[in-house]
Design a protein around this ligand. Sequence first.
Ligand code: BEZ
Ligand code: FE
Length: 318
Amino acid sequence: MSKSNNGSGNGGKGIDDSKQQQQPPAYDPNFTAQVIAATGPEAHPRMAEIMPSLLHHLHDFAREVNLTAAEWAAAVDFLNAAGKMSSETRNETALICDILGLESLVDEITSKLLIHAAKDGAAPATPSTVLGPFYRTDAPILPNGSSIVSADAYKLWAGKGNDMTCLVSGRVLSATTGDPLPGAMVDLWLAGPDGLYEQQSVAVPDMNLRGRFQTDAEGHYSVYCVRPTPYGIPDDGPGGALLNMLDRHPWRPAHIHFIVSAPGHNTLTTQVFDREGEWIKNDSVFAVKEELLVDFVAREGDDKAKWSLNYDFVLPEV
Ligand code: BEZ
Ligand code: FE
């Protein structure tokens, strides 16, 4: 393993201070400043603000690990492969960000900024978590109490889904007043009992296990779907190669995704996680939060659902 080298000439452990001071810098100490100074006066303001920091971290990383030309070329190939694999139905670059914990971190930063900007609340707002790469806009808008599982999908899952039928219901509330929010939109999507989202499986009908539901006058929504199961994130591309190189598993705990919006309130992107499911403490994309753990309850007397989940979403006012 090579010694770390920060370009200021004081890299290397066990060397006393006087010797360190005598060493010339390993790499050109003016190089990063020169690259930063190349930014022109007409640069995009946010880019001009953040790029000096990015360049410092990026160059320091390369110096610290003594990144070689061959390693850099491998990283470029990796990024190119992720880009080439990405399409309407597969976002490999976003997946790599998830594997690296970047989407979870950015979600935490964004939600802290929104909470600071929001009015003081009567109730704590529901925490957000990552969107993930499988969201599709324009899911069908359906009446409350409808099912988002197509009959064909049950056949396809070879009976697996029959024991998993589930009614998900609850209310959308204002964090500011605690009052229900009529006319809020609850957009949800989840993977099937085969562990696949609708767009990952050619056999499953378009928009299966996706739907949008508007809350009624009391702020209620309700939808029949299936109790979610754990699934592995796609690992047949560069993201999977990365997981392999890091000796990591691809599993996500069972969850349902939601985007909840209401006029005058911050839109919430989140997931709820089956408390009893596997991988809850070991999510491959680091998205689980304590407040988002839920309990599915056995349901009696309803032909359409063996399970139920009641969950309220609380949105801060803008
Ligand atoms: C998902 O839950 O859909 C997901 C999130 C991050 C990476 C892969 C999948
Ligand atoms: Fe998911």
